[in-house]
Design a protein around this ligand. Structure first.
Ligand code: SIN
Length: 174
């Protein structure tokens, strides 16, 4: 058995078979719209912005953990490696489960480290919102990625100032 942690589109669209699904937190990381998307929510000449995890002392990021069987895992990781190919790497992180059963487990996370070929880094909230509002790609509108992420976080009672601030800022562009 293996846990996979999703903090972006993997929260609301895992697209793979799993045997258990539990809300979880990773400590020391924050979710940020700092990764360029040339293949899903943008195109090479007009990249969108999607989330990655950025190291942050004292910070945390809430997401969804999925348990997959050993028999399925090779196929699932092949598909995820393809889906997350634009700058993401697999990392092992400790997951802290947020449901009543609690506990921890090792998990695999796809994160896009600073300096990868599609990395865009920080920008003003208004500028990120403008870029998201004007980007679209093969997986759909970048604005829907933001709205779906905010809705998924709200549904799990997860707070994320960065995401909710952007969701607020994007209203100007609707
Ligand atoms: C994730 O969801 O965990 C990775 C980033 C994304 O695909 O949005």
């Amino acid at each position: 058995m293996q846990w996979i942690f999703g903090y972006g589109s993997l929260i609301w669209r895992p697209d793979f078979d799993f045997v258990a699904r539990r809300p979880a937190r990773v400590h020391g990381w924050q979710r940020r719209f700092w990764q360029g998307s040339h293949d899903h929510r943008g195109v090479p000449e007009r990249p969108g912005r999607v989330v990655t995890l950025v190291a942050a002392d004292g910070g945390h990021c809430d997401g969804m953990a999925y348990q997959v069987t050993a028999a399925d895992s090779a196929r699932i990781f092949d598909a995820l490696d393809h889906r997350e190919k634009n700058g993401y790497q697999r990392r092992d992180l400790e997951l802290h489960f947020l449901d009543a059963d609690g506990g921890t487990a090792p998990g695999i996370v796809y994160l896009a480290p600073e300096g990868n070929h599609a990395y865009l880094g920080p920008a003003e909230v208004a500028d990120i919102a403008r870029q998201i509002a004007h980007s679209t790609g093969p997986s759909g509108r970048n604005i829907d990625y933001l709205i779906d992420l905010a809705a998924a976080l709200r549904a799990m009672n997860a707070d994320d100032e960065h995401v909710f601030e952007l969701e607020h800022a994007i209203r100007e562009h609707l």
